[in-house]
Design a protein around this ligand. Structure first.
Ligand SMILES: *Cc1c(COP(=O)(O)O)cnc(C)c1O
Length: 236
């Protein structure tokens, strides 16, 4: 049994090695700990090891954990990384600092309208279906820059960049090819909207390939918290 603290240390080492290999500064990559399906105790253990940014995919589950953590929850930065249903936008706008899965203008407009006035703008990454899978969420790559421009105009949102979950592959060349297409899109985005500073890409199995292709934020669950129970349908 390895502890969450040990796992976090190992992930930091992987990030640092991948940055060195790519000639990048390790401080240029943020680690988002994906705590979906794990309880508040697991989050406390990661917090004790210095982790502050957490990713959740289910609104109700996330709110229950935030409430269980009480005052500690407000010391953390919460990212919503799951699919966004229209009837959940208010809770997302009220309870999170970041949203990674915006794929339609309608959802972005609701998030902006529902973001409480006393909170800073909600940080948004537009999700891109970079592998062109029919079943995957995300907007088409050729629509991404237009959507980003619209999001950037909404008053209570702050456009931060792009997010993608490429088709799973064990082959590092295939992984790199998908992340490379994403990086090209991100470079085009930055030419248009220089405030975009975040490329949210890479998970437990492919964070090295993502960092080699310019990821600035990796979303890591399994490598920190262990494997997730298979009983939850639809968990990626
Ligand atoms: C679950 C999830 C992750 C983390 O995946 P691991 O393979 O467990 O690291 C990252 N991003 C998204 C969008 C997820 O849903």
């Amino acid at each position: 049994m390895t502890s969450i603290a040990d796992n976090l240390q190992q992930v930091h080492t992987r990030i640092a090695r991948a940055c060195t290999a790519a000639g990048r500064n390790p401080a240029s990559v943020r680690l988002l700990a994906v705590s979906k399906t794990f309880d508040a105790e697991a989050i406390r253990a990661a917090m004790a090891a210095g982790q502050r940014e957490f990713g959740e995919s289910y609104v109700q589950e996330a709110i229950a954990k935030q409430d269980a953590l009480g005052a500690q929850a407000s010391m953390l930065c919460w990212h919503y990384i799951g699919p966004i249903q229209s009837n959940k936008t208010r809770e997302i706008a009220e309870r999170f600092a970041w949203v990674h899965g915006v794929e339609r203008l309608k959802i972005a407009q609701r998030l902006s309208a529902q973001r409480p006035d006393d909170l800073p703008p909600l940080n948004v990454c537009v999700q891109v279906n970079i592998s062109g899978e029919a079943s995957k969420s995300g907007c088409a790559p050729q629509e991404a820059l237009a959507l980003c421009a619209e999001v950037a105009r909404l008053p209570h949102l702050r456009l931060r960049g792009l997010m993608a979950v490429p088709a799973p592959s064990k082959d590092e060349h295939e992984q790199r090819a998908a992340f490379h297409r994403l990086q090209e899109l991100f470079i085009a985005l930055r030419a248009q909207l220089p405030q975009a500073d975040t490329l949210s890409a890479g998970m437990s199995d492919d964070l090295e390939a993502a960092i080699a292709e310019g990821a600035t934020l990796v979303r890591v669950g399994t490598a920190i918290f262990g494997s997730r129970p298979r009983t939850l349908a639809g968990v990626p």
